[in-house]
Design a protein around this ligand. Structure first.
Ligand code: SF4
Length: 396
């Protein structure tokens, strides 16, 4: 059954939040009475899923070309997030899915292909359900494909609890009717040009569900276990006010640095490790406090709500221009020179394909400014200027 994107409910123990409630089991209960918030990124993601559904239903033969065209035109007219670039990115996702579908049909002509299926994994997680964007079943393999439209955070399918829960839900639903010995879970992030997959035997996936998920889900459902702060706090609804997270961050201030008056490189490395999380935490707290003060009249000792700084602005820019031209000021004196839109805005306007075809030779990507990142980052390490100079001197 296809579930309309706009009507999807959120489970208390959601698949998308599973990395959080599996790492910090009491977080789900603490979050449960906090309202869901939406963001422009979430709305864009929903729009991209709706668009992909139109394309995929046509590609797999469920709707005619005419129906595709009618739906697409309606989508373009009514969805404020539509852009040519979105259509291109969604098309590249659809191309990946259709490659997988064609591979499956090559081995199994009557391969099962399903779009936007509600998946129930409540066998392992109380009231657990989610939506599988695409399911492909052929030759003993069940594949679950997920579109991630965001480009802020790269998401890997390897060890991904959300995808595994979808895999469990899909297996649970179709293993009664079909022989399934392995489950492939694939994430496509078209805006990052990224496709990643993990394949598990059905036996291993079920064992993960039974041994890892079930006990943690039970604790999470009952609000039991230890609060465990970490990178999973990022989208936790109680993150700004969570005591465990605060204590973890404040430990940093209590760190007992060694005696010498200047910090060692090891100590700096330790601070850098924490600095990113500390900055996020401070930002979360500031945003939370502002919201509480502005919307609910909360008071914080030593702080007050004031009007922020603002800049003067024209009440009627056209009237300003008209008046100054009437007074015979030169256009060059009153108008800004015409300026090209940014690369991102133009790519959105023209679409990825046309943008690349027409402008590829006129775009360059200069080297980025050196930046310090954790060693786990996939970018290759740069040489420092000093060691590059030493290498150069050695080669002479
Ligand atoms: S902020 Fe982090 S530590 Fe606190 S409840 Fe949420 S996930 Fe757990």
């Amino acid at each position: 059954m296809t579930v309309p994107h706009s009507e999807r409910a959120h489970a208390k123990l959601s698949a998308s939040g599973s990395s959080r409630w599996m790492a910090c089991t009491p977080s789900a209960a603490l979050e449960s009475d906090k309202p869901d918030t939406s963001s422009i990124f979430a709305e864009e993601g929903t729009a991209a899923h709706e668009l992909s559904e139109i394309f995929l239903l046509h590609e797999i033969g469920d709707i005619s070309k005419r129906a595709r065209s009618i739906r697409l035109n309606k989508f373009k007219r009514t969805n404020e997030h539509y852009s040519q670039a979105m259509e291109d990115y969604v098309q590249s996702y659809v191309d990946v899915v259709m490659e997988r579908v064609n591979e499956a049909r090559a081995s199994t002509p009557d391969a099962l292909v399903l779009i936007e299926q509600r998946l129930d994994f409540s066998e392992w997680v109380p009231e657990g359900f989610g939506t599988g964007d695409v399911l492909i079943l052929a030759d003993g393999q069940l594949e679950v494909v997920d579109l991630k439209y965001g480009k802020g955070v790269p998401v890997d399918a390897e060890n991904n609890s959300q995808m595994r829960l979808y895999g469990l839900g899909a297996y649970d639903r179709y293993s009664m009717l079909y022989d399934i010995d392995r489950v492939r879970m694939t994430i496509v992030q078209p805006r990052l040009d990224s496709i990643s997959s993990e394949t598990l035997s059905a036996v291993d996936l079920l064992a993960w569900g039974e041994n890892e998920v079930k006990p943690k889900a039970e604790m999470a459902w009952n609000g039991e276990g230890e609060f465990v702060p970490g990178s999973h706090c990022r989208f936790c609804k109680v993150a700004p006010v969570c005591r465990a997270r605060a204590e973890e961050n404040l430990k940093m201030a209590e760190y007992d640095f060694a005696d010498p008056p200047t910090l060692s490189h090891d100590e700096i490395a330790r601070i850098l490790e924490q600095a990113d999380e500390l900055q996020k935490w401070a930002k979360d707290i500031a945003e939370y406090a502002l919201e509480q003060a502005e919307k609910h009249g909360a008071k914080f000792d030593g702080w007050k709500l004031v009007e922020g700084r603002s800049n003067r602005k024209y009440t009627n820019p056209e009237a300003v221009a008209e008046l100054l031209l009437e007074q015979e000021y030169e256009p060059a004196a009153i108008f800004k020179p015409q300026e090209l839109k940014t690369i991102t805005a133009l790519e959105k306007e023209l679409g990825k394909k046309v943008f690349a075809e027409v402008l590829a030779d006129l775009i360059e990507k200069p080297p980025g400014k050196p930046t310090l990142v954790p060693v786990s980052d996939k970018r290759p390490e740069l040489q420092s200027r000093e060691s590059a100079e030493d290498d150069f001197a050695d080669s002479l």
